[in-house]
Structures are given as C-alpha cells and as structure tokens.
Design a protein around this ligand. Structure first.
Ligand code: SF4
Length: 298
C-alpha cells in the first residue's frame, strides 16, 4: 500500500479533514480534501463535521482555524511558521497605538495570534482594501505587510501607517521581481498578468490584476484568456493547472521554504498519533481574537 492509501485509510478511521494551502507541495495538495487560501480553509474547517483537522500550511493559519472552530487542529510540522508574521508583535502594535491614538487598527491574517488580539478588524488579501476604505477613521494602522499598506493608502486615499515600516514577505517582495515578470511578459505577450499585493509597488504596476490567491483562482476560471503569468508562490500554479486544463500558467519560480515543510510522511504521522502536531493557544488569546476573526469571515 502506498503512502497516499495509508493516509486515506487513517483519515477515514479518525474522521479527519485534510486542508492544504495553495502554496503546499503538489502531492500534499493532491491528498487534501480542500485546497485554498487561509480564509477559504478556515471556512471549510468550520463547515466540516470532522473533529480532527490536519492543517497543511503555516502556524498562523492553523491557529486561526483553532480559534474559529475549537476543533482538534494539527500541523504535520509545527516549525512551519511565517517569517512575515513574526515581524509584528502585540507589543509593537501597542506602541503604534500610543503614538496614533484613535486610529483604526487593521491586522492582516498573516500575523501571530497575539498580534491579532490588538486588531479592531482582521483582513485578508481579498478584502484589505475594502476594510481599510470602510474604516471609520482617516488614519489606519496596518500590519505586518508594508507593500499592502502602501497600496491601500494609494487606493483608499487614507493615511495608512505600516507596522512595521518595512514588514514584508521575502518570497513576494524579493523573489518576484520586475525583471522576472518583464521576461515572462516578453515570452508570453498574450498572457494576463496576476500579481499578489505582497509584491513591491513596481511589480504590482506591471500587473493586469493585483489580487490574492482566491482572486487568482476565480479569474483563471472565469477569464477567456488562455495564458496567465502568476506573480505569487510557485505552487499556486499546480492548483490552477488542475482546475483549468487547456489553459497555461507561467510561474516566477518563487518558493516558500516554510510552506514546503509539510510532507505526506508528516501528515500520516499526525493522523496516527493522539497528540502530535496539536495547535494550542491561551484561552485569553482565543477569547480576544475570535470576534475579529468572526467579522472577517462575515
Ligand atoms: S509565502 Fe510569504 S507570507 Fe506566505 S507563509 Fe511564506 S513567508 Fe509567509
């Protein structure tokens, strides 16, 4: 019996749900019950009747699933963290709040659970422009991604203060460059260019559409175009190719090491264990964060 069959058998025995982020290895995406962005995965975790959720992604996503569902949420590798989330602590946010009293605090879902306790609203890459635009104040504190903060300020005409000033995802802001997108555009002049808002402004300016991975999946499905340049983590192309046979997707070759820590062996190990990989959070953090995450889902 191959490892995929062993996972399916253990999953049935444990009444488990396997969720995979869009940036996971192809074989992990293929074994999952659902592949999506962090918001879509939280929704699936809530909808499902499964008591055990195997979350293949990075820790902030699994923590959000735990806060929203109260289920037994496990990760095949607890060292799969997001370096950008680690750039903003709750104490940092409190310092910004002291300097800018009265400003609305909007926290991106790519943040630690502790940082989320300081949020007035939590947003995703799908709705951050609307959340910031709808904020009741002209000054908004936003973190941890400074590229998204700058974009929201340009679009919404508000004063958006990035917390920290240089918060970034290395994969989107360093590995997806103007040169690489320019080369792909030369090679594929008919392709629609989709770029993630965590990319730097000069890369965003080369895109036809700037959107999160959920938006990329929708546009790829609905568009008449046959070719797409995908400005996000490379493995997104696996999902897009599977969902859109007959269309071509050109990635930039940007890989997130943390997203690759989850393996089939790790999934099988946590499925066969009672405690391995369990996500746990302080009850006070769950109490403080849940309402803002609920509003994000709504
Ligand atoms: S791709 Fe960037 S934002 Fe996503 S987990 Fe990796 S480092 Fe964090």
């Amino acid at each position: 019996m191959g490892i995929e069959d062993e996972i399916r058998k253990a999953k049935g025995r444990r009444n488990a749900l396997i969720l995979s982020h869009n940036y996971q290895r192809p074989e992990v995406q293929d074994i999952a019950d659902y592949v999506g962005d962090s918001l879509e995965l939280c929704r699936e975790a809530r909808k499902s009747g499964a008591g055990l959720v195997i979350f293949c992604g990075v820790t902030f996503m699994a923590e959000a699933a735990l806060i929203l569902t109260g289920k037994d949420v496990r990760m095949p590798d607890l060292h799969a963290t997001c370096p950008m989330a680690a750039m903003l602590s709750a104490e940092d946010i409190r310092k910004y709040k002291r300097i800018h009293p009265g400003a609305t605090t909007v926290i991106y879902i790519n943040s630690t659970a502790e940082a989320k306790t300081e949020a007035d609203v939590i947003c995703t890459s799908a709705n951050y422009e609307k959340v910031i635009g709808d904020a009741p104040t002209d000054t908004v504190l936003f973190g941890p991604d400074a590229n998204m903060a700058q974009r929201a300020a340009r679009i919404c005409g508000k004063k958006v203060i990035a917390m920290p000033a240089d918060g970034h995802c290395r994969i989107h802001s360093h590995l997806i460059t103007k040169t690489k997108i320019g080369r792909l555009k030369e090679l594929h002049p008919k392709a629609l260019v989709l770029v993630h808002p965590e990319c730097v402004a000069e890369v965003q300016a080369m895109a036809d559409v700037v959107c999160g991975t959920g938006g990329m999946a929708r546009i790829a499905r609905e568009s008449d175009r046959k070719e797409f340049i995908i400005g996000t983590e490379e493995e997104m192309c696996h999902r897009l190719r599977k969902e859109n046979p007959g269309k071509a997707f050109y990635g930039v070759g940007a890989y997130c090491n943390n997203m690759k820590k989850t393996t089939l062996e790790g999934i099988l190990r946590v499925l066969n264990s009672d405690n391995d990989g369990r996500i746990s959070l302080d009850a006070e953090i769950i109490r403080k964060t849940k309402p803002a995450l609920e509003r994000m889902l709504a």
